[in-house]
Ligand binder design. Structure first.
Ligand code: ARG
Length: 469
């Protein structure tokens, strides 16, 4: 296969060198954005009179046909055939339209080409990821709406702390994934400069219209400095950081699903379609999906670190090290997208054992703070009330009782201030419903929160105003 740069060379590339150097096996997924960028570049060259109208038309038609053939499977990208996706597309164009195809690369380098391709690709993946996160948030919101009265223990230190509802618990995850979408959307907005026209590093002598190509490709303006244009991968690092945080959220959630699905908790039952069995132990129904989501977190963190480390020693401007950005970025994207989709399905089909959750909230003294607050209401300083209830809890543990099981006489043995209204004050439902502050688990507070979540999900999606890129 003829190379893009064969002229200066007299010997063939060593076959191992070729294999080591080629990026086609992994950058072939950039074909759509590569062709799109080339089409806009060619249209600009025509507009500027650098190509004749005829040449421009042949190139645009040729590129359009290559894209259509690739989409339809009439043309396939074979590993080893070309160095990278840019060489592949250009070679196919020349094969099909001859000499005018050789003019496409006028005023352009693969350095600004690949910088553009990656930026376009990441923007489209941000939109994809955002759609998946939004769908997942819809699943979480549905669980919230259906479980305003599903009482469960809230934990700190993995010890039962105070009663909450399932709606409230899931509301916390809604906030995490909402923030992930916000990271992505602010990054998308800031990825507004177009590297095309930076050339190899020092711009070009042709009268390019960089503002035109930037606009046509959905950017606000061309990047200011051409050396930065070809060597900036900051947005990629920011993107992988956002993915690492999102993956951390998924992993925390997965960890809870694994715990809740255990025989010790029995808060949830996973759907058969989202669980697997054991080859030896017939009774097993394992939460493999959640475990894999948790397990894949290391990969995504690793991808971020690979990129940070790859960039740290690169002198300006482009160096081949940067080709390594692709596998790290693609792996992180594939992993996180897969995780969100799978885990969304796992959560959507999970059955909640409301009775077990409620029973668990009733045990474990989750109403102890409310019992102390009751005494505070009768004028006891909180510190003293804390001490009294602490002694009662100790006594209950010895007797194997809950606070609610004590008789009024037993209550009064600890403080004469207890009256029959103590039972109402420490009732599970009352404990939750009294928590009326914004963001608290009471039905009233949660209804407000859910309203806000619904309004948030009705907002327009990231990049909705961009077409076809
Ligand atoms: N495959 C290369 C990459 O991914 C494309 C840029 C090649 N540029 C160069 N000067 N060799 O970075």
């Amino acid at each position: 296969m003829e190379k893009l740069w064969g002229g200066r060379f007299t010997k063939e590339t060593d076959s191992l060198v070729k294999e080591f150097n080629d990026s086609l096996p992994f950058d072939k997924r950039l074909y759509q954005v590569d062709i799109k960028g080339s089409m806009v570049h060619a249209a600009m060259l025509g507009k500027q009179g650098i190509l004749t109208d005829q040449e421009m038309k042949e190139i645009l038609d040729g590129l359009g046909a290559i894209l259509a053939d690739l989409e339809a499977g009439r043309l396939t990208i074979e590993d080893g055939s070309y160095e990278d996706i840019h060489s592949f597309v250009e070679a196919k164009l020349i094969e099909r339209i001859g000499d005018s195809g050789k003019k496409l690369h006028t005023g352009r380098s693969r350095n600004d080409q690949v910088a553009l391709d990656m930026k376009l690709y990441i923007r489209s993946e941000i939109r994809e990821m955002d759609g998946c996160l939004k769908h997942f948030l819809g699943t979480i919101l549905r669980v919230m709406e259906e479980n305003l009265d599903t009482f469960m223990p809230g934990f700190t230190h993995l010890q039962k702390a105070q009663p909450v509802t399932l709606a409230h618990h899931f509301g916390a995850y809604f906030e995490m994934f909402r923030r992930d979408r916000e990271h992505l959307s602010s990054l998308y907005e800031r990825m507004d400069t177009c590297p095309l026209g930076s050339g190899a590093l020092a711009g070009t002598t042709y009268p390019l219209d960089r503002a035109f190509t930037a606009r046509e490709l959905g950017f606000i303006h061309p990047c200011r400095n051409s050396m930065d244009g070809v060597s900036d991968r900051d947005y990629l690092i920011e993107f992988l950081s956002a993915l690492a945080v999102c993956q951390m959220h998924l992993s925390r959630f997965a960890e809870e699903v694994i715990l809740w699905n255990s025989d010790e908790y029995r808060f949830v039952e996973l759907d058969d379609a989202y669980s697997t069995g054991s080859s030896i132990m017939p009774q097993k129904k394992n939460p493999d999906i959640a475990e894999l989501v948790r397990g894949k977190t290391g990969r995504v963190y690793g991808d971020l670190f690979a990129l940070l480390t790859m960039m740290k020693g690169i002198p300006l401007a482009y160096d081949k090290d940067m080709q390594e950005d692709k596998e790290a970025a693609f792996d992180a994207i594939d992993t996180v997208l897969g995780d969100i989709r799978l885990f969304d399905g796992c959560v959507a089909t999970m059955r909640f054992r409301k009775d077990v959750m409620e029973r668990s909230a009733k045990r474990g003294f989750t109403n102890a703070t409310d019992a102390a607050d009751y005494l505070v209401g009768k004028g006891v300083p909180f510190r003293d009330a804390h001490g009294i209830i602490g002694r009662m809890v100790l006594d209950c543990i010895e007797k194997g009782k809950a606070l609610d099981d004590l008789t009024l006489e037993e209550f009064q043995a600890f403080s004469p201030l207890f009256d029959s209204d103590i039972y109402e004050a420490i009732d599970l439902q009352a404990c939750v419903e009294k928590r009326l502050t914004d963001g608290a688990p009471s039905r009233l507070s949660m209804e407000k929160e859910i309203q806000d979540c619904r309004a948030y999900l009705a907002l327009p999606d990231i990049g909705r105003d961009l077409t076809g890129v």
